[in-house]
Design a protein around this ligand. Structure first.
Ligand code: UDP
Ligand code: MG
Length: 321
């Protein structure tokens, strides 16, 4: 990265993934830039905003380019050739960020840009990871409940302490971002990955608003996949639990067999409980298929990883020479 001599490197980089957000982008610009200019004036802190267009099929890319023309001093735009997912977009943002601190933000205004000041203050205090908790989360009841349950389960399995894993408004130090960039994982969850490197993390409460416009870009299927990434990417405990369950089952059925054998000799032959047997068998087949699927989740990820394909393809980067 060649620094422009007249333009010293920024101290704070804001990274924003954008996917089909044409309806809300203008509102984001209208709130984000004044908030950042204010922060700059107050703390005397140079900033840059990096938008990563994750292969949007609407006018988002054009709107980002127009915004770049308007504010080339503080704006940079990375354009992906295709849709590679939110976390890959953030990864690319990290690649281009030059700041000493980096803050990630969603483009849909669910995280109010005015809250960036709170995160910046924590980073200045010396915390290298600033997690956030959405006060009064504005999402559907289903999302909130499912997310709370998954958060709890993930916490038990991965030992990563995040009160609210889903909030993407987060702050990282340069050291952590560099470490995250060294991880060449094809499926990842950046807040959790970054947390594993944090030496002095903190968590603060931030406001949460309803999506300004448009719909969530995550389908139920994608949310499930994301949660699998979170669990399998940070722990092999599910596999171990399965082995333990298998052992217990083997032990149990061994005992049952011995008991039945004794009954056979004491009471003579009996044909009973055929349907119980069916039920048991189907239950066990279900468990086995689940285990197989779980194993497949890990193997699929290994396969993606060993192919070592580029994780994302950048079409162009709009930045001032
Ligand atoms: N996003 C992205 N690529 C995707 C899906 C989403 O870059 O494939 C961006 C999206 O534009 C937004 C952020 O990631 O800035 C969060 O997405 P969304 O608000 O749809 O997720 P939710 O808030 O429902 O979890
Ligand atoms: Mg959102």
């Amino acid at each position: 990265m060649t620094a422009n001599p007249t333009q010293p490197a920024p101290q704070l980089s804001i990274v924003i993934p954008v996917y089909n957000e044409e309806e809300g982008l203008q509102a984001l610009f209208d709130r984000l830039y004044p908030a950042m200019d204010q922060l700059q004036a107050k703390l005397n802190l140079r900033y840059e905003i990096i938008f990563v267009n994750d292969g949007s099929k609407d006018r988002s890319a054009g709107m980002l380019a127009a915004q770049f023309d308007l504010r080339p001093d503080t704006t940079r735009v990375v354009l992906f050739q295709n849709n590679f997912g939110q976390h890959m977009a953030i990864m690319a943002g990290f690649e281009y960020a030059r700041g000493e601190s980096i803050i990630t933000l969603d483009a849909d205004l669910q995280n109010p840009p005015e809250e960036i000041a709170l995160l910046a203050a924590e980073l200045i205090k010396g915390h290298d990871y600033v997690g956030t908790i959405r006060a009064n989360r504005q999402d559907s009841w289903f999302r909130k409940t499912a997310s709370r349950a998954m958060n709890h389960l993930r916490q038990r399995i991965t030992r990563i302490t995040m009160t609210d894993q889903g909030c993407m408004l987060r702050g990282y130090s340069r050291r952590i971002v560099n470490l995250v960039r060294q991880c060449n994982e094809s499926n990842t969850f950046i807040p959790a990955l970054a947390y594993t490197f944090a030496a002095n993390p903190t968590e603060i409460e931030v406001k949460h608003e309803e999506r300004f416009a448009g719909e969530s870009k995550y389908s139920l299927y994608q949310l499930i996949r994301l949660n699998f990434d979170l669990v399998t990417g940070f722990s092999v405990m599910p596999l171990q639990l399965f082995s333990i369950f298998g052992m217990l089952l083997a032990l149990g059925s061994g005992t049952l067999f011995a008991l039945l054998l004794v009954r056979r000799f004491v009471l003579g032959s009996e044909v009973e409980g055929v349907f119980t047997l069916f039920a048991l068998t189907f239950f066990l087949i279900g468990v086995m298929l689940f285990g197989l699927g779980l194993l497949g989740e890990y193997i699929g990820r290994i396969y993606q990883q060993v192919r070592e394909r580029p994780r994302y393809v950048i079409q162009t980067v709009l930045e001032r020479p």
